[in-house]
Design a protein around this ligand. Structure first.
Ligand SMILES: Nc1ncnc2c1ncn2[C@@H]1O[C@H](COP(=O)(O)OP(=O)(O)O)[C@@H](O)[C@H]1O
Ligand SMILES: [Mg+2]
Length: 266
C-alpha cells in the first residue's frame, strides 16, 4: 500500500516529565478521509500524543510528518496554520459569547477599510451569515446563531466546538473525548456530526473511551498502551473484547490482524 494516503505520521515520539514517561517511542498514522479512534487506559499517554500532534507540546524525541513533510510545531497556532484543528478535553467554547462569535473566535471578519486591521470594525453580518450556512452544512440545529453558548445544552455546546474545528481545519481535526460529558442522545448527535466532518474530506482523530461508540464510528482503531502504539486494527476484523484485552495487556497485539498502512518505523 502507498504511504501517500497518509496525512499525518508520528514516528518514535517520546516525552518525559521528570521520571514519568508519558510517551515512549510512540508511532502514529492517519490516512486521508478516515476517522482514527485512539483508545487506551487512563495514563497510557493518549493526550500526550495528541498534544504533540496539535502543537501544544514539543516532543523530546521523534518526528511528526504532515503530508510526508516533517513539521516542528512550537504552538497550537502553528499547527492550526498548517490545517490542524483540535478540540481539547476541557470544553472549548466561550460560554458568554454567542454561536457565531464562537465560530469566529480569534479569526473575526472585519469590514474593508483603509485603517489598520486592528481599527477596522467587526463585520458581524457577514460572520453571522457564514455561521448560519456552516451550521446548516454540518446539519447542526440551533435555534439562533445569536444564542449565547451558555444557554445551549452540553451536546449543542460540544457541537459548536466541533463545528469550529471543522470550519477552520483544512486537513485534520483532533477531538479529545468529545462525548465524555454527554448523554446518550447528545452523544449520538455529536457522533453523527463527526461522521459528517469526515465526509467533508477531513481526517479525524478521535480519542474515545466508549467501546460501542468507537466500534460504531471508527474506520480504524489505534490502541495505545504504556506510552506507545500497541497496534492499529480494523473494527470490522477485531472484536471489542480483543481491543480491551490489548489495551490492558491481556492479549498480545500480534494476536489480531494489523490494519497499519506504513511499515513499522525502524
Ligand atoms: N504535564 C505533565 N506533567 C507530569 N506528568 C504528566 C504530564 N502530562 C502527562 N503526564 C503523565 O504522563 C502519563 C500519560 O498521561 P496522558 O497523556 O494524559 O494519558 P491519557 O490521556 O492516556 O490518560 C501519565 O502518567 C500522566 O500522569
Ligand atoms: Mg487524556
Amino acid at each position: 500500500m502507498s504511504a501517500s494516503r497518509l496525512v499525518m505520521q508520528g514516528i518514535g515520539l517520546s516525552k518525559r516529565f521528570g521520571h514519568v514517561v508519558a510517551m515512549d517511542h510512540a508511532d502514529f498514522e492517519l490516512a486521508s478521509g478516515e476517522i482514527m479512534a485512539v483508545v487506551g487506559d487512563n495514563g497510557a499517554g493518549k493526550s500526550s500524543l495528541i498534544r504533540v500532534l496539535s502543537g501544544a507540546s514539543v516532543p523530546d524525541e521523534g518526528r511528526v510528518l504532515l503530508d510526508g513533510e516533517e513539521v516542528h510545531f512550537k504552538s497550537p497556532l502553528e499547527a492550526r496554520l498548517a490545517g490542524i484543528e483540535t478540540v481539547y478535553q476541557e470544553l472549548a467554547v466561550a460560554t458568554e459569547m454567542d454561536v457565531a462569535q464562537n465560530l469566529f473566535l480569534g479569526r473575526e471578519l472585519r469590514k474593508p477599510g483603509w485603517t489598520g486591521q486592528w481599527l477596522r470594525q467587526l463585520d458581524k453580518g457577514r460572520m453571522r451569515a457564514q455561521a448560519v450556512e456552516h451550521m446548516r452544512n454540518l446539519g447542526i440545529r440551533i435555534q439562533s446563531i445569536r444564542q449565547k453558548v451558555d444557554t445551549l445544552s452540553g451536546g449543542q455546546r460540544q457541537a459548536v466546538a466541533v463545528a469550529r474545528a471543522a470550519a477552520w481545519g483544512r486537513k485534520v481535526v483532533i477531538l479529545d473525548e468529545p462525548t465524555a460529558a454527554l448523554g446518550v442522545r447528545e452523544t449520538r448527535q455529536v457522533l453523527d456530526l463527526i461522521r459528517r466532518v469526515r465526509d467533508h474530506g477531513l481526517a479525524v482523530v478521535l480519542i474515545c473511551h466508549n467501546m460501542p461508540d468507537v466500534f460504531e464510528i471508527a474506520d480504524r482503531i489505534h490502541i495505545h498502551r504504556l506510552g506507545r502504539r500497541a497496534t492499529v486494527v480494523d473494527p470490522k476484523q477485531v472484536k471489542p473484547n480483543d481491543v480491551v484485552a490489548i489495551m490492558t495487556g491481556a492479549l498480545e497485539p500480534d494476536a489480531v490482524p494489523s490494519a497499519l498502512i506504513a511499515q513499522e518505523a525502524a
